[in-house]
Ligand binder design. Structure first.
Ligand code: ATP
Ligand code: MG
Length: 414
């Protein structure tokens, strides 16, 4: 073993964080189910082609972020950096294109070789949805409204803003690309090295740059809106109308682009001010060309993915665990009845803490440490009367309770 540290950009998820993360996943799952989305789990790794061919040769993910390796049979395999390509592949492999429209929810780990920082990991987790087979903007309205409801239900709706843009269809994007490149060439001297590299391969991505020099150039760049053809304009207008009808608040951000090449029309992000540079908690858009590009039948699609770690950080209150009832044998002679009672209560649905050793004083300390709501003390005297002593840990009040009615008495706590 070379080191006992976890690999850079990975970490162990300890119980407190697990509670927060589970809340994120459970809330997403519940809200998605209300919209009729069923869970899909695709493999954590795919043939490299699944990502390399679809994400676009110029995307950040393909050029520098993929975990790719050759397996023992010489196949090139990649750990999934995102799940849309995997879901599209699954649609084709399972011949599901006959059953459109299809609505999927997913959750699980994703892998990207990035520079780790707060809210940016090499193994991170996403929850997400895909709606396949619907070309109308109503599909985008639905997935965006679902995202807003999910964040609301999680209690972070007030901390996030929906930013929205359109990339138009292929024709509009091509026209904008030309206008943009012409403008950027005029101010080439002010661009960062990274943006200069993108100028030919993926100029739209420059709009997403965080470099201060680039930002100054981008501020005066031409707007996508001026390059939209009629069809793209109508699509966007209908999307905005739909969001107003569904009562989803948004702000337009003409500089918003998505990092992946397969997006068209709608592009959106829910952002927050509370996480520094990693402010995007949920992002998505429409990807009509993707499935055809993979070799499947032309199939429109739209969806989003949210970062579970970033959302878990946004949840204000640590999620409360159920407070346990401490079962305490007063002397070693009562250890067996204490174990029997603890098991009986757990079988009945109570949350129970049973210490492993120590005298009364040590066990009471432990009851406090685990934030027990009540302590049930079994002493020789009480047991001879078929009873136990119950202490309310908040008020300190104690009473003797017959074992026969103990469960009824404790029901107030759990
Ligand atoms: P960014 O601009 O932050 O790199 P992205 O455009 O690469 O984001 P997407 O591919 O759209 O992100 O992924 C959707 C969401 O997944 C992001 O908004 C973010 O919340 C989360 N996410 C993406 N990459 C990471 C990462 N390396 N670590 C943690 N969360 C991530
Ligand atoms: Mg990224």
């Amino acid at each position: 073993m070379s080191s006992l540290k976890p690999v850079r950009g990975t970490h162990d998820i300890l119980p407190e964080e697990s509670l927060r993360r589970r809340l994120v996943e459970k809330t997403a799952d519940e809200v998605a189910a209300r919209y009729g989305y069923g869970e899909i789990s695709t493999p954590l790794f795919e043939f490299t082609d699944v990502f390399a061919r679809t994400l676009g040769g110029s995307s950040d993910i393909v050029t520098k972020e993929m975990y790719t390796f050759e397996d023992r049979s010489g196949d090139s395999i990649t750990l999934r950096p995102e799940n849309t390509a995997g879901v599209a592949r699954a649609l084709i492999s399972n011949g599901l294109a006959q059953q459109l429209p299809l609505k999927f929810f997913y959750r699980g780990p994703m892998f990207r070789y990035e520079r780790p920082q707060k809210g940016r990991l090499r193994q991170f987790h996403q929850v997400g949805v895909e709606l396949l087979g619907v070309a109308q903007p109503l599909a985008d309205v639905e997935v965006i409204a679902m995202a807003a409801q999910f964040l609301q239900a999680l209690g972070v709706g007030g901390k996030t803003t929906l930013e929205l843009n359109t990339l138009g269809d292929g024709e509009s994007r091509g026209a904008y690309r030309e206008t943009l490149v012409e403008y950027l060439l005029g101010r080439k001297g002010e661009l960062s090295k990274e943006s200069l590299e993108r100028l030919e391969r993926n100029p739209l991505r420059i709009l997403d740059s965080k470099d201060p020099g680039d930002r100054a150039v981008i501020k005066d760049a031409p707007d996508m809106a001026d390059s939209l053809n009629d069809l793209s304009k109508r699509f966007f207008d209908e999307l905005l109308e739909g969001l107003e009808t569904a009562k989803v608040a948004y702000v337009l951000n003409p500089r918003l682009v998505r990092g992946l090449d397969y997006y068209c029309h709608s592009a959106f992000e829910f952002t927050t001010q509370e996480l520094g540079a990693q402010g995007t908690v949920l992002a998505g858009g429409r990807y009509d060309g993707l499935i055809k590009q993979m070799g499947g039948p032309p199939t429109p699609g739209t969806g989003w993915a949210a970062g579970v770690e970033r959302l878990a950080m946004l949840i204000a209150e640590p999620v409360e665990r159920r407070r346990p009832i401490a079962v305490i044998p007063v002397a070693p002679g009562q250890a067996a009845p204490a174990l029997a009672l603890a098991q009986q209560l757990r079988q009945a649905g109570f949350t129970v803490d049973l210490g492993y050793s120590g005298n009364m004083g040590k066990r009471m300390k432990r009851a406090n440490k685990v934030n027990a709501c009540a302590a049930v003390m079994l002493g020789e005297d009480e047991l001879s009367r078929d009873a136990a002593r119950v202490r309310d840990m908040d008020s300190g009040e104690q009473r003797e309770e017959p074992l026969a009615s103990l469960e009824d008495h404790l029901a107030r706590y759990n």
